[in-house]
Design a protein around this ligand. Sequence first.
Ligand code: SME
Length: 171
Amino acid sequence: MNGDAKKKIYREVLRELDAMLAGIEDPITAMATCAAVLHQRLPYASWTGFYRVVAPRLLRAGPYQGPPGCLEIPFDRGVCGAAARAGTAQLVPDVHAFPGHIACDAAARSEIVIPIRDPHGELIAVLDVDSHEPAAFDEIDRDGLERVADRLRHCLSGDGAAFVKDSMRDG
Ligand code: SME
């Protein structure tokens, strides 16, 4: 897909999310909406969703679209764990070349993972998008998904954010 077509998709994604998430302060509702909009709009996405930080150094599947994903990912495993550990986006053009990649879907070939932080800068989740196409993701995706993460941050200031923190304490 050429860059201009991708940029147009992300403009539409952000416009749609701005309209849908206005006034929403529930992180699960916001994550579910982001996953649904992204998965529907990105033709190269095979799996789109969130892994939430539910205990120190443990991610657990949150809202997602696509085939069943693995349920838990420790911070020391996979591309998602690498993003959580490093606190930076992971862009993986060939998942077979990434040491420790977790193959939830044998057909997955490339992947991008973006850390999600709350308004205090605390890591609360990662956003993971997989593709069956090799090297499907580039800097346009990183930029677009980081803007989605910004939109999500605005939904984390109310009781919903407290809910995520409560579940971390329980976990
Ligand atoms: N591939 C990910 C695991 C999650 S699934 O792709 C849905 C990883 O290596 O962390």
